[in-house]
Design a protein around this ligand. Structure first.
Ligand SMILES: Cc1cc2nc3c(=O)[nH]c(=O)nc-3n(C[C@H](O)[C@H](O)[C@H](O)COP(=O)(O)O)c2cc1C
Length: 433
């Protein structure tokens, strides 16, 4: 039998080997408990994905700070819940599978009910589509002390996941979260060493990588997820990404995952809602199923570390073409692994030529809720329900999220941390950045 081109193993710079070229991309599960600790539901989900056939599994974003959450039911890695975290790491393990934790700090992208004064490089409010149900507060510009504290939180979080038994760590530097806020000239308007030139805007990322590497040692894989472009006028561009990757070539990184967009510009799921600036896709590139591939190709040309591209891959022919054409080393797959949790195995066995894409028949505003309800089903040990109507999923999702929010806001751990944080924020003079 001919081996599939995407079955080829890949040795990472740190010496760890990925058993094939398919990775399950990070997808926020929303299945932690009201104290932000891992749960048996999360374990069940990852036990299933451990048998998916993908050589690399990336967890959904775990937060390094309990008051900077992407949603109420994120896992938080602040030193609590070590036993639960170790059980989760074990659940995602299987021979030939690498299970890495994605770690993040949301910065200003946190619901205002959770944090009414979130930290960010500058006091620039998020500009999201009206009516989409988001509520974000004006952020507080970080002081020098707060910046170094956040860098330390990344290092501490990485150590937590390493000790829990995860095989590697991925730093979330994409999609408008804190690291990406530092990189973008729109959200970073500082005039000190953390803002201005690309060199200054990337200082936070470089310090985070250095601190994490120091904490986890040379043999533990570190990846990052970076925007190939923010696809936003005045934001972090593809040309800047290429320049940044030349800088990253000089540090110890094992995998560079490319994506794009943010809450302001949801290109992560292939949609633009405002002017895309200088990286607006040209007619020659829009025809490709993987919407970042043309931009990723420019980055891959200069990158010395392996490159993974995530976003829109649905046909095996498209993935093989990108791989054999030297546009990427690893194919990242998100939503298909929810709709069909074993699709990588089927793909590599040559049984399927196309992965499921239920989003094609869903209303844009229903997509996120629909996938989230399928994650809940998988966490409950059920199969995905592909016939679930979008509006039913969205109604259920809204109910679950508002219950999770209410439970978080009532949790003693959260309330105690919030009281401390609000006092500190009130007592500090606002930074001038
Ligand atoms: C439900 C859901 C949750 C997501 N959560 C995260 C996340 O926690 N971290 C992240 O980097 N990307 C996240 N993403 C983006 C995916 O990793 C991926 O980039 C995106 O879905 C595009 O890939 P796809 O077309 O294969 O789905 C999420 C996507 C979905 C659908």
């Amino acid at each position: 039998m001919m081996t599939h081109p995407l079955s080829k193993p890949l040795e990472l710079p740190c010496g760890v080997v990925l058993s094939n070229r398919l990775a399950k991309a990070a997808m926020s599960e929303g299945l932690a408990d009201d104290n932000n600790l891992s749960t048996p539901r999360l374990e069940r989900l990852y036990r299933r994905w451990a048998g998916s056939g993908a050589g690399l599994l990336l967890s959904g974003n775990m937060q390094v700070d309990c008051l900077h959450l992407e949603r109420p039911s994120n896992v938080v890695i602040d030193g609590r819940g070590k036993t639960e975290l170790a059980r989760l790491a074990k659940a995602g393990k299987s021979p030939g599978v690498q299970f890495w934790a994605q770690i993040s700090h949301t910065g200003r992208q946190v619901d205002s009910h959770i944090n009414g004064a979130p930290l960010s490089p500058s006091a620039v409010e998020i500009d999201v589509i009206r009516g989409a149900g988001f509520s974000f507060a004006t952020p507080k510009p970080m002081t020098e002390v707060e910046i170094w504290h956040a860098i330390g939180q990344f290092a501490f979080g990485a150590k937590q996941v390493q000790e829990a038994g995860f095989d590697g760590v991925s730093l979330h530097a994409a999609h408008g979260y804190l690291i990406s806020q530092f990189l973008s000239p729109l959200s970073n308007q500082r005039s000190d060493q953390w803002g201005g030139s690309l060199e200054n805007r990337s200082r936070f990322l470089l310090e985070v990588i250095a601190a994490v590497r120091k904490e986890v040692g040379p043999k533990f894989p570190i990846g990052i997820k970076l925007n190939a472009s923010d696809f936003q006028k005045g934001g972090f561009t593809n040309a800047e990404c290429v320049e940044l990757v030349k800088i990253l070539n000089e540090v110890d990184l094992d995998l560079l995952e490319l994506s794009g967009g943010s809450l302001e510009q949801p290109k992560v799921v292939g949609v633009a809602v405002k002017d895309e600036g200088e990286d607006a896709p040209r007619a020659s590139t829009v025809a490709r199923e993987a919407y970042f591939i043309a931009f990723a190709g420019a980055v891959r040309k200069v990158a010395r570390m392996p490159v993974m591209v995530t976003g829109g891959f649905r046909t095996v022919a498209g993935m093989v073409e990108a791989f054999e054409g030297g546009e990427l080393d690893v194919v990242g797959l998100g939503r298909p692994l929810i709709a069909d949790p074993e699709c990588p195995r089927r793909l590599l066995a040559g049984e399927i030529a196309r992965l499921p894409s239920p989003e094609d028949s869903l209303h844009l505003f229903h997509i996120l809720g629909w996938y989230n309800i399928q994650l809940v089903r998988l966490g409950d040990g059920l199969d995905p329900d592909l016939s679930l109507p979008g509006e039913v999923a969205v109604a259920k999702f809204a109910q679950i999220e508002s219950r999770n929010m209410a439970e978080l806001l009532q949790s003693h751990v959260y309330q105690e941390l919030r009281r401390k944080y609000d006092n500190e924020v009130d007592n500090q003079p606002l930074a001038t950045a």
